[in-house]
Design a protein around this ligand. Sequence first.
Ligand code: ATP
Ligand code: MG
Length: 449
Amino acid sequence: MSTITVSPPPAIAVHARSIPRDAHPISRKDISPNALRVLYRLREGGFGAFLVGGAVRDLLVGGHPKDFDVATDATPEQVKALFRNCRLIGRRFRLAHVVYGREIIEVATFRSNADDGSGDRETHEGGRLLRDNVYGTIEEDAIRRDFTANALYYAIEDFSVRDFVGGYEDVEARVLRLIGDPETRYREDPVRMLRAIRLAAKLDFTIEAGTADPIPALAPLLRESAPARLFEESLKMFLSGHAVASFERLEKHGLLPVLLPETAKALASNRSGALRRMLIEGLRSTDLRVANDEPVSPAFLFAVLLWPAYCRDLMQLQAQGVHAAEAQRRAADRVTLHQLNTVALPRRFSLPMQEIWLLQSRFSQRQRKRVFRLLSHPRFRAAFDFLQLRQFASPEHAEDIAFWKDVQTQPGEMVAAQLEAQAIEAAEGEAPRRRRRRRRPTNGGGATE
Ligand code: ATP
Ligand code: MG
């Protein structure tokens, strides 16, 4: 692949503005004590020290930042000399991590995206950034960031907020706006399109028209981004408590067919809308779990996100006459494999995801041994939660849900006795057929939803 150096994008206007302490709401008591320690120590060392990025943005809108990043004019080596608990990471662009137990404060030296002729900044022919490792001024550091709201600096020297790109007003107006020419910025790094969606969903900001408009046409560029990075970005998007809002925005801005192509196709061809309903319910319950501090798993999330694709493949295979169990296995493999092209789901998540799908066909079984085997399956709980979600797509699962709910709350002996009684009834020929119902061959795993 040839790399060429392209001329820098049109200069971005910088208007420096300082919002004094009494004119903004950020208070030191909302900042992590360890981040404050780092800021003060840098300042005592004679360096500029600022809280930057998502933390400043979140504090301004009254949120609770999950991490606190620091920017400084000290070089990484100078930072290291100030802290015993500091390690330098990264080869091309070195960052300092100051470690306090489980909290890490990331300290980055101001950097610039400007081409200084040293060859330290190279751009791919399409305009994509390959390297990004020139130290710079605070202004340069601000304009290389993605959105104006992400380019605000909280100065420890006077507790003011420094703004170079109009980010303060944008945060006040709850607007997400790319710094510079949007198309150029998306071409440099297509993942910024997903960040726009994710941050708008998380903060309930509107995406400014100039920033939103190019997205549908540029969406295919995301296919060139590293699948592993897209996986990380997807987790942030769907496991941070704003999954429904993110999904709806992905659809609205034409990104779904690129991020989850098989799911997008399946949803488009599912005229009843049942599959979409279920998917949204799955995301809603994920959001609820996050809000309640309950654990959420990438495997369950992707089981929800890719279920429409799985159902579609399953139906196609069964229409070709493939036997139910074999069709389920093949559909699960096919969907998993396809998805790797865009969002790379690691095997430690794709295997349990497939198990959740494949266990679905076992909820209709009532033979004693099989009931106990399913109950003790390590993935039973996830698979049962998933079965409950399927109720939103089709009411036909009500009976199975009631049975398995019952069975879980009863002690083992009672379940055994109940199943035995059912078996005797059945043997006497009096049991209603539906109790021992087998799935219709066209319906293995719920493909008709
Ligand atoms: P979150 O609250 O999810 O952490 P964030 O804005 O802090 O959101 P990070 O990924 O932690 O996101 O990035 C920290 C900062 O780095 C951002 O606020 C932004 O200034 C800058 N940044 C991150 N990703 C990019 C990007 N792709 N292009 C330009 N700047 C970026
Ligand atoms: Mg962050």
